[in-house]
Design a protein around this ligand. Sequence first.
Ligand SMILES: Nc1nc2c(ncn2[C@@H]2O[C@H](COP(=O)(O)OP(=O)(O)O)[C@@H](O)[C@H]2O)c(=O)[nH]1
Ligand SMILES: [Mg+2]
Length: 354
Amino acid sequence: MEHIYYDYSNTLEEISDKYELKTLSERTQCLKDNMNGFKLRLLFVGAFSAGKSALINAALERELLTENQRPETAIASELIYDSREYIEAVKDSERTHYSIEQVDEIDVEKYDYLIWHIDNDFLKRNKDCIIVDMPGFNSGIKNHNNAILKYVGSGNSYILVIDCEDGAVKKSISDFINEIKNYDNNAAVVITKTDLKMPDDVEKVKNNVALSAANLFGKNVDIADTNKFDEQAPQKIEQLITRIDKVSVFSQEYYSEVYSIAVGCLDALELYRKSIDLNLEDYDREIEAHYKAGRELSEKLERERKKLENRFQNDVAESVLCDVQNALYNKTETLAAALRGGEKNFAVTVNNIL
Ligand SMILES: Nc1nc2c(ncn2[C@@H]2O[C@H](COP(=O)(O)OP(=O)(O)O)[C@@H](O)[C@H]2O)c(=O)[nH]1
Ligand SMILES: [Mg+2]
């Protein structure tokens, strides 16, 4: 099906070149470049401490990502295959290079996200996929949450990681899913830390999570269970990746741009046809009207985009914060005891509660 998009964009390019529609021609070129570089951007999402980083380490069969990271020290980490290993720290369009060993020296406050270039067989076999280790979004730190939620929008597929000991999908997670599924619904679920439960209990959790996931997504989703010691973890995760409907992700990603360029071309052709019969003054007026309509449309789109972005950030951030508040409020005695045990002890207790 992807070829339809390529055929279509080739036709659009021919038309825009023939009639010297410069902007549309540039947009078509840009679209084709993007389509050629298409990759799954697979975000591992889930509660703080669910086991996301450990799961990715298990898939890579390498202790690469730091486990048990405190929420404020974590930013999104993209993992891609490269024969030379290094880390790029990205801020807007600027990129700073670090060696892998320097990872703990990176001041995460200064960057939007990290790109890890890693020489690894799992990543090499799945080159059409960027694996992203997301920080937990229920850290209770507002700025941090906003940064994470902003990054989440750039994903086009998701693996929802659930701690087997949680036994179910937490409310903050289901709120989050309700948001992302408005954008796309290419998601699978991994129940992890199964080594901490009896097999019968794991099965119960799996059935329970399958039910809530089907409810959330409105369809059955792929579910795997594993743990960081499971030798089968790489295969299980790879299988989930293979089963993601890439054609559907591809369509979701490019449909609106192809459609919008096509409408632009049709408009321009119509204008061209009419212009043959029009005098010069009418022609100018007609062009101005089209420009105006185009500007209005793009302003409207921008407004819609901002609206979605705001809603995405405010609503989810709000509900996550509310969850965090409730969770902490219910455990004041435990927290008071932990505080007496020192700052580190306190942070660990907070994380456990969340
Ligand atoms: N027993 C066990 N512990 C795990 C497993 N996965 C993660 N952990 C531990 O749970 C804690 C949080 O895991 P981490 O991957 O950092 O969670 P993240 O915040 O979701 O990235 C760490 O102490 C991990 O070692 C697992 O499968 N089994
Ligand atoms: Mg982590």
